[in-house]
Design a binder for this molecule. Structure first.
Ligand SMILES: [Zn+2]
Length: 172
C-alpha cells in the first residue's frame, strides 16, 4: 500500500471507531512511519528490505500496551470500551507527560494499522522480524486502482457513520 493510502485508511479507521479527529490525525501520521524509517535506514535500496523489522507489530503493540496501562491503568483491550479515558484527550491534556503519552499512543496505533493494512498487500513478519508470512490471501496490488478506491470509500464511510451517529444523538 502506498504512503498516502496508509494515511487516509488509518485516519478513516480511527475516526470511524472513536469519532475523534485528533487521535485519527495522529494515527494517520504514525501510519507513515514503517515505510519512512526503511527509506531513512536503507536509502535507495529500501525496497530490498521492505516490510521486515519495521513492519513487525510486536514493538508497536508492546509500547502501546505499556503506555495505555501506564495512563489508564487498564489493558489495551478495554480502551475501546472506555471512550472517555485519558487516551481520548485532545489537546487539553493536564500534564506534559499525559500529552506525550496521548500523542505516542495514537502514533503507535497508526504504525500497527499500517502493518495490518500491508498484510492485505503481501507478506509481513509475524513471529520473528526477519521472516515474512502471508497472513491474508493477497487481495490487492500496491498502487492499484482498487487501493485508491477502497481507502476513499473507507474515509467517506467513516465520516458518514459518525454523522449518522451524531444526528441520532441529537434526535434522541
Ligand atoms: Zn509498508
Amino acid at each position: 500500500m502506498m504512503g498516502v493510502s496508509h494515511a487516509i485508511m488509518s485516519f478513516a479507521l480511527v475516526y470511524g471507531v472513536t469519532g475523534k479527529a485528533v487521535p485519527a490525525s495522529l494515527a494517520s501520521a504514525g501510519a507513515l512511519f514503517p515505510d519512512w524509517i526503511e527509506r531513512v535506514v536503507y536509502g535507495k535500496k529500501w525496497m530490498k528490505h521492505h516490510r521486515k523489522w519495521s513492519h513487525w507489530f510486536v514493538p508497536y503493540l508492546g509500547l502501546a500496551w505499556w503506555i495505555s496501562r501506564h495512563m489508564e491503568g487498564v489493558p489495551l483491550s478495554s480502551i475501546l470500551k472506555k471512550l472517555e479515558g485519558t487516551l481520548y484527550l485532545s489537546l487539553d491534556a493536564p500534564t506534559a507527560k499525559m500529552a506525550l503519552g496521548f500523542v505516542s499512543f495514537w502514533l503507535l496505533v497508526g504504525c500497527l494499522l499500517h502493518v495490518l493494512e500491508d498484510a492485505f498487500f503481501g507478506p509481513v513478519p509475524v513471529f520473528i522480524p526477519w521472516r515474512k508470512h502471508r497472513l491474508v490471501f493477497q487481495l490487492f496490488k500496491t498502487g492499484g486502482m482498487a487501493e485508491s478506491v477502497i481507502v476513499r470509500l473507507a474515509l467517506v464511510g467513516a465520516v458518514a457513520l459518525r454523522y449518522v451517529d451524531s444526528t441520532r444523538l441529537i434526535a434522541g
